[in-house]
Design a protein around this ligand. Structure first.
Ligand code: HEM
Length: 485
């Protein structure tokens, strides 16, 4: 060392002297830097806390045990304490919950692209063979997929007056058969459960659109398939628990068994769809579009576009349309029957209006709807009051975004509470009371501003693509049921 020092003309004291002039300011600078960093982190954490308020989350399970049987009600109650945008924790996932008309519309409409994602949940991969449009994340390919599905659906239901009429007549025929089956069942015993008949009617409408084939109410194979699909609702909850707590799959427990069931139901349902699509593909003639499966085969399988969509997406699309159009429509019809039974005065008023506008000599049609404001009001009030799809399918953020001044990072799972929009006391007077007349103005006409405020089909880029056909599927059977009385 001494040699080195003399060789290079340095000695210990000179180094210390030289460095001492730099070390001290460097130390001070580092100290100040660390202090600033700490302060920034502290402020950031403070802002984080402000950004995402929410209930205390337990280790491992987070807030899973607090959700209860009706999470939408729990979410609305939490919103009273934490505001309309807050965070909960499920397993290892931070989840932002959006409540109330203002926050939800700000997110889904003003920031539609940022909220158009879907989380990469394991259960989402099980639906429609993993090629679903409903459960796929936002991307250029997804946008094309959705457009193709939307245009095929429109081509068979509302593209022009001819398709509109054909679709409507088809729904009317199904509604007539439903009415007849219900009349028969009601003569056989004092009461009956219409649940299965409603599911068959809804399934037949969408199967006829997709496969050009409907099934009898007594068809054993179809009954069995639909019976299983009915269980979808029971098992989907387990799917979501496994999504946020994947370790539940690792050891025997009740959630794992239900999840296994969910897998089997999806597989069985998708096999049914696949068989039909494969048969359509085998007999496909580009000059004759027999039904929606042919239309989708034409635009996805056979088209020369560079979208990355494959034959598997054709099957995924058909699977999605059938799955989405089944449970939702039959649940809506079910609620309407229950509410008509519970409120006979509403039933009488509806009946009187239909008798006046349509009479009893012919079947009603969609054009009659113009004169049937109370019928529309009844349907909107059923959707608002029951909010039978209380939460949308989970969304995820596609980039960082700010809602009501609160920052939400990219790839955050988002739950959207439609029930809270339909029961928002700022918007609705006595939201817990069933009152179709709330949608009518002083002249008895439908208040369109108010009907547009009902949220059951969601909004923005993920809004339901079957909303128009769902409306026909609910109005026409209701008219037919009244007609038969
Ligand atoms: C009363 C009946 C219906 C209701 C209440 C309903 C409601 C919904 C809701 C809440 C969503 C989720 C939107 C979101 O995640 O933000 C959805 C998505 C969807 N619905 Fe419907 N739906 C109904 C009928 C139908 C029908 C009849 C079809 C097709 C035949 C259909 C096709 C779809 C599809 C494909 C999606 C996925 C959209 C996407 O992820 O981009 N729905 N629906």
């Amino acid at each position: 060392m001494a040699l080195l020092d003399t060789e290079f003309g340095l000695n210990e004291s000179s180094i210390v002297r030289e460095w001492s002039g730099q070390v001290q300011p460097a130390l001070v600078a580092s100290f100040v830097f660390l202090l600033c960093l700490e302060a920034c982190l502290w402020v950031r954490n403070l802002r984080l806390k402000k950004r995402l308020p929410g209930p205390f989350a337990w280790p491992v399970v987070g807030n899973a045990m607090q959700l209860g049987q009706m999470p939408h009600i729990t979410f609305s109650n939490l919103a009273k304490k934490y505001g309309n945008v807050y965070q909960i924790r499920l397993g290892c996932n931070n989840i932002v919950v959006l409540n109330g008309e203002t926050a939800i519309r700000e997110a889904l409409i003003q920031h539609s692209k940022e909220f158009a994602g879907r989380p990469d949940f394991v259960s989402f991969q099980l639906v429609s063979g993993g090629n679903s449009l409903t459960f796929t994340n936002y991307s250029k390919q997804w946008r094309t997929h959705r457009k193709l599905a939307q245009s095929s659906l429109r081509a068979f239901s509302s593209a022009n007056s001819q398709t509109k009429n054909a679709f409507e007549q088809h729904v009317a025929a199904e509604a007539t058969e439903l009415t007849e089956v219900c009349l028969k069942l009601s003569t056989e015993s004092e009461f009956f459960n219409p649940s299965h008949e409603l599911t068959v009617a809804a399934a037949n409408v969408i199967c006829a659109l997709c496969f050009g084939k409907r099934y009898g109410h007594d068809d054993i194979e179809f009954r069995t398939l639909l019976g299983r699909v009915d269980k979808f609702g029971e098992t989907v909850g387990a799917g979501s628990l496994v999504d946020v707590m994947p370790w539940l799959q690792k050891f025997p427990n009740p959630v794992r068994s239900v999840y296994q069931n969910f897998k089997n139901i999806n597989k069985e349902f998708f096999c049914f769809v696949q068989d039909k699509v494969v048969e359509h593909r085998r007999t496909f003639d580009p000059n004759v579009t027999r039904d929606m499966s042919d239309a989708i085969i034409g635009v996805i399988d056979k088209a020369n576009h560079d979208t990355g969509l494959t034959e598997a997406h054709t099957e995924g699309t058909v699977g999605d349309l059938i799955g989405a159009g089944l449970d939702t429509v039959s649940t809506c019809l079910h609620w309407m029957l229950l509410l008509l039974a519970k409120y006979p005065e509403v039933q009488t008023r509806l009946q009187e209006q239909i008798d006046k506008v349509v009479g009893r000599d012919r079947l009603p049609n969609m054009e009659d709807k113009e004169g049937l404001a109370y019928l529309d009001a009844f349907i909107y009030e059923t959707m608002r009051y029951t909010s039978f799809v209380p939460l949308t399918i989970p969304h995820s953020t596609t980039s960082d975004v700010t809602i009501e001044g609160l920052h939400i990072p990219k790839d955050t799972v988002v739950f959207i509470n439609q029930w809270s929009v339909n029961h928002d006391t700022l918007k609705w007077k006595d939201p817990h009371i069933f009152n179709p007349s709330r949608f009518l103005d002083e002249n008895g006409a439908l208040d369109k501003d108010l009907t547009n405020s009902v949220m059951i089909f969601s909004a923005g880029k993920r809004r339901c693509i079957g909303d128009q056909i769902a409306k026909v599927e609910t109005v026409v059977p209701l008219q037919s049921l009244s007609h038969s009385q």
